[in-house]
Design a protein around this ligand. Structure first.
Ligand code: NDP
Length: 273
């Protein structure tokens, strides 16, 4: 019998996840179906209950339900606990397992697909919202101590950092207008802000990129002002499509115990643009 999965969000029609999981299933010979489901803003928990009763095996969760999914999970992975958000649910009887695969997706895209090792690099993470929380633990684990966070609202960044200091990680924290931030340069700059969605440019200094730096935009689908700025300042600019496919591959692995090849899927999606 075909095992059923879905991605749930609001909005959801733009989601590439059904296409990605269809390619994974074909490639690995897994008999699954995967659809995009719109849940009402106040109806996430009811939708999950409906899917469980209908025999679904699991689902991905996207904006704005990742925090609700965290609450709903009866047990969670360490990385989901750190992110306080869940993008992957697995149903097993009355048990709902919650995981967060965004961070591992980002790290794998940078290190494996883009062949850019992160250990001991000077890395800047911009933002302290949902996306930044999602990637912070795997990123901090791999980078080591030279990690810097910059955020417009310093209180939010402070809150995020408190959670990581518990793990003994040394993190520098700045606002964009801090003098000490404006004289630093970075080998990797990750944009986990939502500025791409509104076509805004985070207020970065011209000197932000070290020679040969990687500028990683977590948004995908079009060139953002951050990517344009990075190119104009000599950095290699990439979008978050690879991360999207890698986080999906990790979810697929959690559900099916098989790791699909991501390179052909990323390449197929890029050709569609
Ligand atoms: P949130 O709304 O939770 O957080 C937004 C963040 O952006 C905050 O840190 C906010 O700062 C900052 N910000 C907003 N506007 C500005 C500005 N003008 N200047 C400086 N900082 C600003 O959004 P998410 O974290 O959920 O999403 C962020 C991005 O990540 C989106 O583009 C999303 O598409 C992408 N994403 C990509 C994924 C992938 O698989 N590729 C997965 C998940 C997310 P402040 O705290 O001051 O408000």
């Amino acid at each position: 019998m075909t095992d059923r999965y879905a991605v749930i969000g609001n909005p959801i029609s733009h989601s590439k996840s059904p296409q990605i999981h269809k390619m994974f299933a074909e490639q690995t010979g897994q008999d699954i179906s995967y659809e995009a489901i719109l849940a009402p803003l106040d109806g996430f928990a009811a939708k999950i209950e409906e899917l469980r009763k209908a025999g679904y095996k699991g689902c991905n969760v996207t904006v704005p339900f990742k925090f609700e999914a965290f609450q709903l999970a009866t047990n969670r992975s360490k990385r989901a606990e750190a992110a306080k958000a869940v993008n992957t649910l697995q149903f097993d009887g009355s048990r709902i397992f919650g995981d967060n695969t965004d961070g591992v997706g980002l790290v794998r895209d940078i290190q494996v697909n883009l062949e850019f090792p992160l250990k001991n690099r000077r890395v800047l993470l911009m933002g302290a919202g949902g996306a930044a929380y999602g990637v912070a633990l795997p990123l901090f684990d791999i980078v080591g101590s030279d990690l810097t966070v910059v955020n417009r609202t310093i209180e939010k960044a402070n809150e995020m950092i408190q959670a990581f200091e518990i793990r003994g990680t040394l993190v520098s924290l700045y606002r964009y207008d801090d003098g000490a931030f404006r004289v630093r340069d970075f080998q990797v700059v990750i944009n986990a802000t939502s500025t791409g969605l509104s076509d805004e440019m985070p207020p970065l200094p011209d000197t932000i990129f070290a020679r040969g730096a990687l500028a990683y935009e977590m948004m995908y689908g079009r060139e953002t002002p951050f990517m344009k700025f990075a190119r104009e300042h000599g950095a290699r600019a990439v979008d978050g499509l690879g991360m999207l496919v890698e986080q999906a591959a990790e979810s697929f692995f959690i559900w099916r115990g098989i790791r699909p090849e991501t390179a052909p899927v990323i390449s197929a999606l890029r050709k569609q643009r």
